[in-house]
Design a binder for this molecule. Structure first.
Ligand code: SF4
Ligand code: SF4
Length: 256
């Protein structure tokens, strides 16, 4: 399921071949005199849009990006609009309850009852606290759509969604670290392989150079084969000497 802004951006990209340079954004909240929908160029700052809607700064408590349940508080009104900014709220002083102090989970199960992804939010909370990433993945942390319903109903005022966001960030960071580590390990192993190959090739060239004189004497040696075609004693001695020279050269090369 996509929202209208995303569907429109997909239409423009596929049918008209346009890149995503703007975004439909809803501006609302009781601190605005005239809430509106805008098509906004990406990069426009939040305070510019609030001004267009006639903001009453004396009545503004906080700015929220992304809706009242799923949204997060903006740290600055100079934040830029990006392709995912679907909604901005300029909340008045009385619009949202001030966050209450978190209490311990009483295992009431209200959060599980409302979860649209059929997760066990209280379990995810417990695994997040112990940073048990295996259990978090097994219990479907990444299936959480961060709708905020569990936060809303929790009688202990636990900030469940922000805890899940932190856990997701942690798991993603670890995954990226592992990927980087594997990549650089492969590069290192390939470097070692290349250095060894170059050394072996140099050693082999050296051996070829040392046995060249013996090979140059080939025709004379051939004459030392007996009539039946068996190798002569002199030829055998020369072959053994060449093999010994090759082994010695390789050993010297390795010991360097
Ligand atoms: S709603 Fe809150 S208190 Fe109840 S089980 Fe879920 S996390 Fe625990
Ligand atoms: S925020 Fe996640 S865990 Fe909580 S109700 Fe929504 S989908 Fe379920």
């Amino acid at each position: 399921m996509h929202n209208v802004g995303t569907a429109y951006a997909a239409y423009e990209a596929i049918v008209e071949g346009k890149p995503c340079v703007s975004r439909f954004t809803t501006l609302c909240g009781q601190a605005l005199k005239t809430p509106k929908n805008f098509e906004v160029l990406i990069g426009t700052t939040t305070d510019f849009l609030f001004e267009l809607c006639g903001i009453d700064t004396s009545n503004k408590q906080k700015s929220i990006v992304g809706g009242s349940l799923m949204g997060s508080e903006l740290r600055s009104d100079k934040a830029a609009i990006c392709k995912t900014t679907n909604c901005l709220i300029a909340a008045s002083v009385n619009e949202f309850q001030t966050p209450q102090t978190e209490q311990a989970c009483i295992r009431c199960g209200f959060c599980a009852d409302v979860c649209p992804s059929k997760l066990l939010p209280q379990q995810l909370l417990a695994f997040s606290k112990t940073v048990d990433t295996t259990q978090l993945l097994e219990h479907g942390l990444f299936d959480c759509i961060e709708c905020g319903a569990c936060d809303y109903v929790c009688p202990s005022h636990i900030q469940l969604v922000s805890t899940y966001k932190e856990s997701k960030k942690l798991i993603e960071t670890r995954r990226q670290d592992l990927e980087h580590s594997d990549y650089w390990q492969q590069r290192f192993q390939f470097h070692q392989y290349r250095v060894k190959k170059e050394k072996d090739q140099a050693a082999s060239r050296k051996v070829d150079a040392s046995v060249k004189p013996a090979l140059a004497a080939g025709p004379a040696v051939k004459e030392q084969h007996d009539e039946a075609g068996f190798i002569s004693k002199e030829q055998a001695s020369l072959d053994i000497a060449a093999a010994v020279a090759r082994v010695k050269a390789r050993r010297d090369e390795k010991n360097k």
